[in-house]
Every structure is written in C-alpha cells, then in structure tokens.
Write a protein that binds this ligand. Structure first.
Ligand code: ZN
Length: 337
C-alpha cells in the first residue's frame, strides 16, 4: 500500500508492522510485532479475511526460526478488526493473550453477534428516531458495515482465545521487554494501550489515531456517556508523553501528546456545534445529528453512527449542566438549561 497516511518511516529497531485489508471506509488495519529477545510479542491480531490469513502466515513464519516463539499477543479492544486471529495464534503457538476484562465480555458477545441483535440495537429506545421518516427498521441493508463484516468472515474458523484478563496498571515482562497495560476507556469500555517501558513506545489501538478520531458513541442500552472517560484517557496519554505512538490505523504519530491535545480540542468544538444545533432546532437526536454531520444523513448506518456520537456529546453536556433531557425513547430531545 502506498497511501501517504500509511507511512511508517524509520520504525525503532525490533518493531515491525504489517497491514491487513478490511472493508471500507477504513479498508486497512495494522498488526504490530515487537522483538523481545527470545521471540516476539504482537499487538492486535487483525481482521478476518482469507487474504489477511495468508498475510499473517507469510509475515510470521520467517520470524519464528531458531527457537524464537510468539510469546504474547495484546488486544487493544474487542472490535473484530483487532481480535480475529487471537485464538488461532494461541492454538498454533501457545502464546499468552492479554485483553481487558470489560472487552473480553464484549468479545464473547461479538462472536455470537447475529443480525437480530444488530437490528434491535438500531431500532430500540432513542434509536427509533432513526426511522422517523417511516423507513422499515427491520430490514438490514445488505451493504451495511455489519453485513459486510459478517460476509468477510464467513466460512473462517475463528476460535476465541483463552485470555489472561487485565484491568490496567499491570506490567508484563516478555523476554527483555516490559509492557505496561494502560487502560484507556472511551472508544470501548475496556480499551487498552500498551507501553513499552524501555523505549516509551505506546501501542494505541484505536485510542489515538493520526488523522481521524475514534468513534465515541452511546447506544440505547448504555447508561452513561463514554466521552468524559475518553477525554480523561487522552489526558493520560498526554501525561505519559510517549516518544512515539503506534496506532492500529493510518500512520505513526510522532508527537502523541500534541495529537491527544488536538483530539481534546476537537471534542470541545463539537460540544459547541451541538449546543448551537440544539438551540436552533427541535433538539431531537436525529435533527441534531443531521445538523452536525450533514454528509451522513443519506445512509441509515452512517446516520446511526452519527446519532450514536451525537448522544454521547448530548449526554456529556447534560452531565456537565449545559443541557436538559426531555422525554424518552423516540420522543427524547434536549434543550438548553
Ligand atoms: Zn475499534
């Protein structure tokens, strides 16, 4: 791949990256390999496609010569582009697999994710506003992100790993390296970054990305906005001030603390836009989402994601005392306080 956003110039010694295909819009995900002395550790385990499977084999086999093993695999979070081959790798190489307790629960749910579950997430509670124009909520679009993901993994044998559960703060020695588990909730409840303590390299998964920002959203079943926690997790990265951030998508981040600051600013600006949209309209989630994300209005899945992000900001603004919530489910709306 030659897109400039994928550039990884001058990776530190002993660090390797390869890139698997996945469905658009992201279309790629990185897998990181870290030389530990006696073998290798891995950060994230890719998205399931036959091409990804072949790539994994091609990249890993040459590294495991002269008694060197794959010793550990760390999982940033439960989404399928980060977890696919964890169970397979564990069966093949006996590596320890580390995942945060909260995301392990989700990973188990995700492996059972059927179309019915996805449909109810997109039509219950406030998500009923998604179809306020009378569209049929029960019909999953064949090109939705979930449908594409399911199609991509069809027919592949993807066992779950038997993981070591962590909660953040643990220091795990693998060969000559020390990896510190950094709990960074926000994008998911159990998102983990991993710090290589010797070189101060931070493997960031989806928490910190160079150009885009991760989806920070709420669904009808969630009680609290993850946005304040996400912002705290960004503050944590700024405080750690790692020498380099190695994310799961796009290019390497040479100034992680600065990038964390930019994303914090981005969410403050979004709060302002949302306050303006609430003041200028009926305050329904759907209308605010369309005002803030006009390009996403035409596609049901895109609009659902936009509404999910919008609710996370609206609820944070309620918590912070700037907005008031009225009504519930399909009637839910927000107003200035
Ligand atoms: Zn993700």
């Amino acid at each position: 791949m030659t897109q400039p956003e994928l550039d990884a110039p001058d990776l530190p010694a002993g660090i390797r990256r390869f890139t698997m295909p996945m469905p658009p819009p992201l279309a790629h995900v990185h897998v990181w390999l870290i030389e530990t002395g006696g073998g290798w550790a891995m950060f994230d385990t890719g998205f399931p496609t036959p091409e990804g499977e072949a790539l994994l084999e091609r990249e890993i086999s040459p590294l495991l010569t002269d008694g060197r093993r794959l010793e550990a695999a760390f999982i940033s979070h439960y989404h399928p582009d980060h977890t696919a081959f964890a169970g397979r790798l564990q069966r093949a190489f006996g590596c320890d697999v580390y995942v945060h307790r909260a995301d392990w629960q989700r990973m188990q749910m995700m492996s059972r994710m059927d179309p019915q579950m996805a449909r109810s997430r997109f039509s219950s509670g406030w998500a009923a506003q998604l179809d306020s124009d009378g569209a049929d909520a029960a019909e999953e679009q064949p090109d939705s992100m979930f449908a594409r993901m399911r199609a991509a993994r069809e027919g592949m044998d993807l066992p779950l790993p038997e993981p070591e559960l962590v909660e953040g703060g643990e220091i795990i020695k693998v060969g000559g390296r020390e990896f510190e588990m950094i709990w960074t909730p926000g994008h998911t409840d159990g998102h983990l970054c991993v710090l290589d303590r010797g070189e101060q390299l931070l493997f960031t998964g989806d928490h910190l990305l160079a150009r885009i920002t991760p989806h920070i959203g709420m669904w009808p079943e969630d009680a609290r906005s993850p946005l304040p926690q996400f912002e705290q997790s960004l503050g944590l990265v700024a405080e750690l001030n790692p020498s380099l951030a190695l994310p799961a998508h796009e290019r390497v981040i040479e100034h992680p603390a600065e990038r964390a600051g930019e994303i914090l600013e981005h969410h403050q600006e979004r709060r302002q836009r949302i306050l303006e949209a609430v003041a200028g309209g009926d305050g329904s989630i759907r209308e605010v989402a369309i005002a803030v994300f006009p390009k996403r209005a035409g596609d049901r899945m895109q609009l659902a994601m936009a509404m999910s992000e919008t609710v996370a900001h609206l609820e944070a603004l309620v918590e912070e005392g700037d907005l008031r919530r009225d009504g519930d489910a399909a009637d839910r709306s927000y107003a200035p306080r």
